[in-house]
Design a protein around this ligand. Structure first.
Ligand code: ANZ
Ligand code: ZN
Length: 833
């Protein structure tokens, strides 16, 4: 064995051999149980960053580990190749997005290869490939047939800088997630998936995902936002209709002192006919130009105007004034609320600002609660459940019971009903961009004068993206790019054969990532999106690794999609992923998220170039548990590198003596000690991987190495054989982390097969028990001896062994033992008089 550890020499060699032998191919092990290990497919941007590296490493450890555990492992990789950045770069630099994307993919693929990831590259896919996006179009048509796709005119979030519609999920605090411009609302036609039809089902499914992080489950629950409440009518004073409100607190209805409508509520115009009309109009106008985020900010000012109209309270018959205000949203519930300032924070703030009456109708329940005093003196509302007061015949009832009774009474009188509301909205997915999947719809004046859209027949799929003159089409302004390509727009109507125009919008790229994991099963199939028989064999994905930033978009959309893949008879599962791992962030050395903006980016290629892939891998996996953030540290990279060098040095020092040594036992003394260290390490690494504690797995190997390092020369044949075995075992268990180095050591120590295709080693049970422990023996608190005992020994055995020691006997004979203090695993103390 070479004395020096030279990663640059050994890493490419093993990468080439893995590829040549196809060791990472799935479907290699007939009859073996399967594991599908997947990482979220990357958007291939300029270069890989450490976040990518970590993401794929976590998956790679599982893939290699499971393979060694005897599973048939599927571990594929592909490219989320459509999307805005490539198009924006094209607008800026004039390079066609297809060209830029191809370059980027090649760069990513090379970087991945240099890191030694164990992918089955025969299954690689790119979502911008017509052979792939054809099936997006096919799914679109199937969902359209089932009325799960529809065209709507609606207020959309428009980013004036990206010049496109963006999803609610992509708006952060009223700004575009990508470019941070303030998002404005626009009335536009768009295509939407009726995901809300699955809201309840998506919610229920979360209970069947015990291996997803609680945080992600909570975010999805919250996003779907089920709310159990009551709808209730307040009949208008003039008798012309009613204001229907949605409330979760109908128990507070006797405290309702005004109603509030969203400025966009359809009744507003008809209500404000009196002197207040001008003020109402001005307010509505102002709100139309205020971003949603600003209007609804929890801490923001509550603003509104009185409409001049009144409605009748359904229980007291009082006249209740109707207001409009910024904080009531048109698209939640009924777009109208009954305001209860005594028991709701926003209503309280609003009532104080506009001097509206505040009434207490719920009081704190339970012993030890004092009355709250007159509402004039309150500084905040009482928002908890309690017991009703001043609520007619409902006074004295607990809130929960009152809600039932009041809802039943409304129902009886035809004024309301129990109602479940969801915060989740349908998924608007059409985009005014070029670099995406064309929506397979045409418009024909003759057959479809109302422009509902005529589906492109299946046998005309894919509707291909046209090649374009980048400069004239991707201008970043005006009409959607595809509208500027006559050869694309002008087509014939599938119904009448006359002239027709194609839809010029493209699909949100989240459509691409809804089902890609199934495409890997049969990446070249051209008769269906994927092979249903293979889906039965391989789905669901067993381990899925990705960033927590996908908690509610991708991870919700693809759960939605998998339900429809099941309904369409393509797949047997409705939940796509059994175990989800969301990896922590890799921060720069300064503790800030690695980003060009902070100038704290560490490029993977620079570290690989300097230390080799195994060092990067070991460092990143050792730096912390996969789900935790960590700060980059050059010193710790050095540390990881030193560890690998020490392992190499040990292997090479003992190579001549140990590699071929054989010994059949018995094992004792130092040879036994070496074996104990190695077998304990095998156990520890395996258990740590199962617990997702990759850092302690590596720590286990480090400790073992420390123990073995003490042995400088090997004497007996037994010692030589023990060391040979230890090196072979370490090379196997460290394979998921530092595979190249392990292959090289294993080969030097006689392996004829790649480590990753060898079985995960079993440890010998007898060697891993902590069988002897040193006990301190004290007499009157003074240390007199030390005895070695089995860990399982109880007090009696320890005492007997201690008393047998000559030095202890010397202090005990002739004296009376008044007491014995026994500390398990530590010491025994004789108190003598
Ligand atoms: C009266 C009331 C009294 C309310 C009380 C709360 C506390 P969740 O749980 O999020 O569903 N609300 C209803 N529609 C709204 C809209 N379009 N815009 C803004 N607010 C709206 O919240 C339901 C509560 O949010 C409803 O219950 C309503 O206020 C308000 F002591 O009605 B509540
Ligand atoms: Zn036609």
């Amino acid at each position: 064995m070479n004395e020096r550890y030279e990663p640059r020499a050994i890493e490419p060699k093993w990468q080439a051999r893995w590829a040549a032998e196809g060791v990472f191919r799935a479907d290699g092990l007939a009859g073996a149980p399967k594991k599908y290990v997947l990482e979220m497919l990357p958007y291939p941007s300029g270069a890989m960053h450490m976040g990518h590296v970590r993401n794929y490493l976590i998956g790679d450890v599982f893939a290699r580990y499971y393979r060694m555990r005897g599973f048939d492992v599927l571990h594929p990789m592909g490219w989320d190749a459509f999307g805005l950045p490539a198009e924006n770069a094209a607008i800026k630099e004039g390079v066609h997005p297809a060209i830029r994307t191809k370059e980027n993919i090649e760069g990513f693929r090379a970087e991945m290869a240099s890191l030694g990831y164990s992918y089955d590259w025969t299954r690689e896919i790119a979502t911008s490939d017509p052979a792939y996006y054809r099936w997006n179009q096919w799914f679109f048509l199937r969902l359209l047939e089932r009325k799960m796709v529809y065209r709507r005119f609606s207020k959309v979030n428009w980013c004036p800088s990206c010049l496109t519609v963006i999803a609610n999920e992509q708006v952060k605090d009223g700004r575009c997630e990508r470019c941070e411009s303030v998002v404005v609302e626009r009335e536009m036609p768009e295509w939407a998936f009726r995901i809300t039809r699955n809201s309840q089902d998506l919610l229920d499914g979360l209970d069947r995902l015990p291996e997803w992080p609680d945080r992600i489950l909570a975010m999805q629950r919250n996003w779907i936002g089920r709310s159990d409440g009551t709808e209730c009518d307040f009949v208008l004073e003039d008798g012309r209709g009613a204001v229907r409100v949605f409330t979760t607190r109908i128990d507070t209805v006797f405290g309702c002192t005004y109603l509030v409508l969203a400025p966009e509520h359809p009744l507003v115009d008809g209500l404000a006919t009196g002197p207040d009309r001008a003020a109402v109009r001005a307010f509505v106008e102002k709100m139309a130009n205020t971003p949603r985020g600003e209007r609804t900010a929890e801490a923001g000012t509550k603003e509104g105007v009185f409409t001049g109209a009144y409605a009748r309270h359904p229980f007291t018959g009082d006249a209740v004034p109707i207001w409009i205000a910024n904080f009531v949203l048109a698209d939640y519930g009924t777009g109208a609320v009954m305001a209860v300032p005594g028991h709701d924070s926003r209503d309280f703030a609003f009532a104080r600002a506009y001097r509206l009456p505040i009434r207490q109708v719920v009081q704190p329940a339970g012993p030890g609660h004092k009355p709250l005093g007159p509402t004039d003196s309150w500084t905040e509302p009482f928002t908890d459940d309690g017991v009703l007061l001043d609520s007619g015949i409902y006074s004295g009832l607990p809130s929960a019971e009152a809600r039932h009774r009041l809802t039943a009474e409304l129902q009886r009188r035809g004024l309301g009903t129990a109602k479940v509301t969801y915060r989740q909205k349908d998924w608007g997915f059409s985009r005014q961009r070029y670099w995406g999947t064309p929506i397979p719809i045409v418009y024909c004046e003759k057959c479809d004068p109302e422009r509902h859209g005529i589906p492109v027949p299946d046998d005309q799929l894919p509707v291909r993206l046209p090649d374009i003159d980048v400069e004239s089409v991707l201008t970043g302004k005006g009409e959607p790019p595809l509208a500027k390509v006559p050869s694309f727009v002008n087509t014939t109507c599938p119904r009448c054969g006359g002239p027709a125009r194609r839809e010029v919008e493209t699909m949100d790229t989240f459509v691409d990532s809804c089902w890609y994991y199934a495409r890997y099963l049969s990446p070249n199939l051209d008769t269906a999106p994927f092979d249903a028989a293979l889906a039965s064999a391989w789905l669901p994905v067993d381990v899925y690794v990705g960033g927590p930033e996908h908690a509610v978009m991708h991870l919700l959309y693809f759960r939605f999609w998998s339900r429809w893949m099941k309904i369409l008879g393509l797949s047997p599962v409705d939940e796509p992923v059994t175990r989800l791992i969301t990896q922590g962030i890799v921060n720069g050395p300064d503790g800030r998220k690695m980003s060009k903006r902070w100038g704290n980016v560490v490029a993977p290629s620079s570290i690989v170039g300097r230390y080799g892939a195994d060092t990067v891998r070991t460092y990143v996996l050792f730096a912390g548990p996969p789900e935790r953030d960590f700060d980059w540290s050059d010193d710790q990279v050095e540390g990881a590198h030193r560890f690998l060098k020490r392992l190499w040095a040990l292997a090479s020092t003992h190579h001549a003596a140990a590699a071929a040594a054989r010994h059949a036992g018995p094992w004792e003394g130092r040879a036994l000690e070496i074996r104990r260290l190695a077998h304990k390490c095998v156990r520890r690494v395996g258990e740590s991987i199962e617990r997702l504690s990759f850092n302690t797995a590596i720590a286990g190997v480090m400790e073992c190495l420390n123990g073995l390092g003490v042995v400088e020369t090997l004497g007996s044949e037994a010692e030589k054989a023990a060391m040979g075995e230890a090196m072979r075992l370490l090379a196997l268990v460290l394979t998921p982390f530092a595979p190249h180095l392990c292959e090289e050591i294993a080969e030097a120590y006689g392996a004829t097969e790649c480590t990753v295709t060898q079985p995960w080693p079993a440890y010998e049970a007898a060697l891993v028990v902590d069988d002897v422990l040193p006990y301190a023996v004290q007499v009157n608190g003074k240390l007199r001896a030390e005895v070695q005992l089995p860990a399982s020994a109880g007090e009696a055995e320890v005492r007997a062994a201690a008393e047998a020691e000559a030095r202890v006997q010397a202090h005990l004979t002739g004296r009376f033992v008044r007491k014995v203090v026994f500390v398990p695993r530590r010491l025994i103390n004789f108190v003598v008089g």
